[in-house]
Design a protein around this ligand. Structure first.
Ligand SMILES: [Ca+2]
Length: 202
């Protein structure tokens, strides 16, 4: 009887699916991500000659990240983006800054701008949550509960990368997910690449 019970438990462990939901907005610029394989093309607005490119020079996860030059690039209505924050309340992203004094990411909610995270200071006074008081000059992983920070009942429709100053800002592993304790990263082939616990240790 005991062995039958053990087999039952093992079967449960094998067949129990990962219940968490997630959307990879950007990691390796693959066709399965929210950029459809051309993430930079989502950013149709560019201030002060800002550029958005995928680079293999540095990455938090995998082989590439996205590099953005000053002052900012954005789109409040990216094609196909209408992600319910009630369904995906957690945003995880990695970033680092080369030069300057700040780094920001802005989230468009139902085509409007109001939700922002920044390192160090919000110089324009747009209204931002300050993630940390020191600039992330090396890769820093962030996870925020969007419902806790901004309330629920809205959809993510776009994004802005805002380096402000310095040379450039780098972003990687931008993921919407439903459970901070579940797997949040997959490799392009769909193979599990890292668990949340492993990510936290990096
Ligand atoms: Ca990556």
């Amino acid at each position: 009887m005991k062995s039958y019970f053990s087999m039952f438990v093992i079967c449960l462990l094998v067949i129990t699916p990962v219940s968490a939901k997630m959307v990879v907005l950007f990691d390796e610029n693959t066709s399965s991500e929210a950029g459809g394989g051309d993430f930079p093309a989502l950013f149709t607005n560019h201030d002060a000659g800002s550029t958005v490119e995928v680079t293999s020079d540095t990455a938090y996860m995998g082989k590439v990240s996205v590099v953005v030059t000053t002052s900012q690039s954005y789109n409040n209505a990216m094609p196909g983006w209408n992600y319910s924050i009630d369904e995906y309340p957690y945003l995880t992203w990695a970033w680092k800054k080369d030069g300057g004094e700040a780094i920001m990411i802005q989230l468009a909610h139902d085509n409007a701008w109001a939700y922002r995270y920044v390192d160090v200071k919000d110089s324009p006074g747009w209204g931002s949550i300050i993630v940390r008081d020191e600039l992330s000059t090396d890769w820093q992983l962030n996870t925020r509960n969007l419902v806790d920070d901004f309330g629920g009942g809205w959809n993510l429709t776009g994004m802005a990368f805002t380096p402000f100053d310095g040379t450039a800002a780098y972003y990687d592993l931008i993921v919407l997910h439903s459970d901070p304790n579940e797997v949040v990263a997959v490799e392009p082939a769909g193979k599990l690449a890292a668990t949340w616990g492993q990510l936290k240790q990096q």
